[in-house]
Design a binder for this molecule. Structure first.
Ligand code: FAD
Length: 401
């Protein structure tokens, strides 16, 4: 079982409807495109509350993912400003909301404070000790009473083991909802293993034999996930061959984050790097960690192009709704006209035409279905009238004609 994790949210009004998570590539692409679309829209309207809303970004959660997306979006927005003469840097507003008194628990307090200062220099506000209490209609309400109207809320306040597979099965689960494994990645507890079941990555609680894990388990990150995958594969083969399995062991290498172009932060033990050097370490590490040479080549080639050509600012937001334009303008068959009445009660119809004038407009194409529909009940009603009353009516009509 390697079904990963999903965003963990709380029942805050408006979040489920207005925010977006950051757990998938699709979400990351949508966030980027949304910022670009909002710049397009903002550039075509006068200054005011609506333009402010479009140019305001709120990120919830000051962990690694939150700080990275916040700093990268700030960097992207600064680059975009130069493409829009109508907009200036001061028109853009960036807010990160963090419930705790610090950001990035994976790095030292000193390093995290450097990140805060760096973000402040770039015009991005971080609200510490603050919680989001509402986000109805995109108005982000804070526990401090402040309200921030925005069109882009990115939720990065935690992850949880994929509930679909955890809740749907009967594998042993620990208190945080992850599938419990032994050190060799076999699902089960020290007392009892589940025959034929194995787990790794974010969905699982794997004992951290290095002693560095939170609560004794490996933290959910790719550093562990990709290494666990290799151990799991080897252990499966070992079991099939009747050999002994190996326990998973990995000592955390540290943490590295990108904070926008040419800026980053790196921490391993007491060693901390900041700024450009950390950014190079960030790109270097992720380039090396990228699985398969094919993927490495594609990603590195993208970085190389960006280095010389600058950011690719092509907005592909409509990819999320690719049939929109086609559907909007597609020709559709006209609705079929209702079948004509089998028998035409001639005398009654003439008399009823006074009461049902739309029937005379039947030649008009728009009126045709209405006229036919109106005529049908009229004819039906007429048929119910006594015959004696119809005769004089016909006479009158014939005389007039
Ligand atoms: C923004 C962000 C930045 C990150 N940066 C870093 C970093 O710099 N370094 C680091 O070490 N870690 C980082 N991480 C964490 C890292 O991405 C995860 O820890 C890692 O991807 C976990 O791997 P996984 O294989 O367990 O799960 P995933 O990568 O989530 O893969 C699980 C897969 O299972 C699929 N799946 C789910 N349910 C089912 C089902 N029922 N049937 C079939 N398939 C299913 C999912 O679609 C998904 O493709 C970051 C995470 C985020 C969100």
């Amino acid at each position: 079982m390697t079904a990963g994790a999903v965003s963990r949210t709380f029942p805050i009004p408006g979040i489920a409807d207005n925010a977006i998570g950051l757990k998938t590539i699709e979400e990351a692409v949508a966030v980027r495109d949304k910022l670009m679309s909002n710049f397009d829209k903002a550039a075509s309207i006068p200054a005011g509350p609506e333009r402010d809303r479009l140019l305001t970004v709120v990120v919830v959660g000051g962990g690694f993912a939150g700080i990275e997306v916040f700093a990268e979006l700030r960097s992207l927005a600064s680059a975009l400003v130069s493409k829009y003469p109508q907009l200036s840097f001061d028109d853009t507003h960036f807010h990160l909301i963090e419930a705790m008194g610090r950001i990035m628990p994976e790095v030292s307090l000193k390093t995290s404070e450097w990140v805060l200062k760096d973000l402040a220099k770039r015009g991005a506000s971080v609200h510490l000790d603050t919680q989001v209490t509402g986000a109805v209609d995109g108005n982000v309400e804070l526990s401090t009473g402040e309200v921030i109207p925005t069109d882009l809320i990115v939720w990065t306040a935690g992850v949880m083991a994929n509930p679909t597979v955890v809740r749907g099965g009967d594998l042993p689960v620990e208190e945080r909802g992850r599938i419990r494994t032994r050190a060799d990645l076999r699902v089960g507890t020290a007392e009892e293993a589940v025959e034929g079941a194995w787990a790794a990555g974010d969905v699982s609680a794997v004992p951290d034999l290095s002693g560095g894990g939170v609560g004794g388990y490996c933290v959910p990150n790719a550093q562990h996930a990709v290494r666990q995958a290799k151990v799991l594969a080897k252990n499966l083969v070992a079991v099939l061959r009747g050999e002994r399995t190996k326990d998973y062991f990995h000592k955390n290498l540290g943490a590295v984050a990108g904070l926008g172009l040419y800026n980053g932060v790196f921490q391993s033990g007491k060693i901390a790097l900041k700024g450009f050097v950390a950014w190079v370490a960030h790109r270097g590490y992720h380039g090396l960690a990228m699985p398969t040479w094919e993927r490495k080549w594609r990603v590195l080639w993208g970085w190389w192009n960006n280095l010389w050509l600058g950011r690719d600012i092509v907005n592909l937001e409509t990819v999320q709704n690719p049939r929109y334009v086609f559907e909007e303008f597609a020709a559709r068959p006209r609705p079929a006209a209702p079948a004509a009445p089998a028998e035409k009660p001639a005398p009654a119809q003439v008399a009823d035409e006074k009461d049902v004038p739309v029937a005379k407009d039947a030649a008009s194409k728009d009126a045709a279905p209405k006229a036919a529909a109106a005529k049908a009940p009229a004819a039906k009603a007429a048929a119910k009238k006594p015959a004696a009353k119809k005769a004089p009516a016909k006479e009158t009509a014939d005389t007039k004609a």
